[in-house]
Write a protein that binds this ligand. Sequence first.
Ligand code: FES
Length: 69
Amino acid sequence: MPVIELKKGKTYKYCTCGHSEVMPFCDSAHATKGGGKPILFTAEKDGDVALCGCGNSNNKPYCDGSHAN
Ligand code: FES
């Protein structure tokens, strides 16, 4: 559950392949290593947001508390 400061209106690429070196964001490693494609999302407000770090959230890129189950 990394808490990341996002900027309203900015579009981010959330890594789903697990190969990025700048997690939780995509660094395009999926293009050569495979395993998935990024989720594009736009921040709705400025401030800290909990993003999924365990891969189990049903609301990626956001944390839904699944890591605690
Ligand atoms: S590096 Fe993982 S989805 Fe792009």
